[in-house]
Design a protein around this ligand. Structure first.
Ligand SMILES: *[C@@H]1O[C@H](CO)[C@@H](O)[C@H](O)[C@H]1NC(C)=O
Ligand SMILES: *[C@@H]1O[C@H](CO)[C@@H](O)[C@H](O)[C@H]1NC(C)=O
Ligand SMILES: *[C@@H]1O[C@H](CO)[C@@H](O)[C@H](O)[C@H]1NC(C)=O
Ligand SMILES: *[C@@H]1O[C@H](CO)[C@@H](O)[C@H](O)[C@H]1NC(C)=O
Ligand SMILES: *[C@@H]1O[C@H](CO)[C@@H](O)[C@H](O)[C@H]1NC(C)=O
Ligand SMILES: *[C@@H]1O[C@H](CO)[C@@H](O)[C@H](O)[C@H]1NC(C)=O
Length: 308
């Protein structure tokens, strides 16, 4: 559009008024949203979850939310029993490996390895859910993450559509496509932009807080739990603490955030800091677990190491 204000005084006058009104309105909207409750995160412990309408995760969105990165595969996996093995150090010493391996489907996250930890986490992988930020770590060690799997295992990537979506022209997407072509015996999917929005809306519905306005990032655990509920009739979760765990005195013993990084950050410290973080975006690990606790009553989800 070209604005011509030469000579026509009246017209430029109107233009000035128009812009003044526009700027005022914008300021009012900005001011208003800053003052609304959605703008700040209610920290851990006082996090009140207002479950409005419950969503039936068994049919909340079709399987077309998973786009094959290569070929025309579709995400049709269904399992009666699933083991969801978390990446928490709470799995260490559990000796749950053989029980995990005897489960029909085994679900893991990001770059959680099995080599060296078989007795606690098992050695099979049926599904691995990987965040865009973990892609490089996974494909850097194909013998660990892409070869030590069940035959025809499924790898699901989640991330912003501009990074992993079909229309993304970036290097990350091309890399994922190349890997999917090389390992055509496995099934690689990325979560569609439409389904990513559904994951956001689900967070908003389940927590009463707008995901973006509350500066929250979803965790891989959030995606993995929802995917597990979609595809499994029964789920046993290994190594996830209950939502109130980190406020308790029993939690004072330092437990690494990841079982494969013994010198890494303490899990509870990470959870509490993220939960109360306001500037920048943060994971709401504790809030997410409050939602999982509610889902556990609705679907058959059990928790072990610790049991709850
Ligand atoms: C998928 O591709 C294979 C091989 O290219 C073809 O045989 C099959 O018919 C296709 N399936 C669908 C549902 O398009
Ligand atoms: C392999 O997995 C994909 C995705 O879950 C599925 O569509 C396909 O039917 C499976 N193939 C075999 C041979 O089991
Ligand atoms: C897992 O361990 C069992 C028993 O130790 C072994 O027979 C099997 O080959 C292993 N599977 C994989 C995928 O490494
Ligand atoms: C899949 O194919 C790759 C490359 O051809 C191979 O190295 C790998 O062992 C195969 N994985 C499975 C689970 O069969
Ligand atoms: C619920 O799941 C557990 C293990 O995941 C299983 O042992 C139990 O039989 C299931 N209960 C029902 C009612 O299906
Ligand atoms: C939040 O958690 C992530 C791990 O997902 C971590 O990298 C980050 O440092 C944490 N932030 C805070 C403020 O603790």
């Amino acid at each position: 559009m070209v604005l011509r204000i030469n000579g026509k005084g009246q017209q430029s006058h109107r233009l000035v008024i128009f812009f003044a009104v526009f700027i005022l309105t914008t300021l009012l909207i900005l001011y208003g949203s800053n003052n609304s409750n959605d703008g700040s995160y209610i920290p851990f412990n006082v996090a009140l979850i207002r479950a409005t309408k419950t969503t039936d995760l068994k049919k909340w969105s079709g399987r077309d939310g998973y786009m094959p990165l290569y070929g025309n595969k579709s995400m049709t996996l269904h399992c009666h029993n699933c083991a969801l093995v978390t990446s928490s150090s709470h799995v260490l010493g559990s000796q749950a490996g053989s029980e995990v391996d005897q489960t029909e489907c085994v679900i893991r996250m990001n770059d959680a390895p099995t080599s060296g930890y078989e007795s606690d986490v098992g050695n099979r992988t049926t599904v691995r859910v990987v965040a865009h930020a973990s892609v490089f770590r996974v494909i850097k060690r194909p013998n660990e993450y892409l070869q030590r799997t069940d035959s025809n295992s499924t790898i699901i990537f989640w991330g912003p559509p501009n990074k992993i979506g079909k229309d993304a022209k970036g290097t990350l997407f091309r890399l994922l496509q190349r890997v999917s072509m090389t390992y055509s015996n496995l099934s690689f999917f990325s979560i569609s932009p439409n389904k990513m929005r559904k994951f956001d809306n689900l967070f908003t519905r389940e927590t009463g807080r707008d995901r973006q306005k509350s500066h929250s990032w979803l965790s891989t655990g959030w995606f993995t739990m929802v995917i597990a509920i979609e595809m499994c009739d029964n789920i046993k979760v290994y190594g996830m603490v209950p939502p109130n765990y980190c406020g308790k005195k029993t939690a004072s013993k330092k437990m690494p955030y990841h079982y494969y990084k013994p010198r890494g950050s303490d899990e509870c410290l990470m959870y509490i800091q993220n939960e109360s973080g306001r500037r920048g975006n943060h994971h709401r690990f504790i809030t997410e677990k409050q939602v999982f606790a509610r889902w556990a009553k609705q679907y058959n989800i059990t928790f072990t190491n610790p049991k709850w």
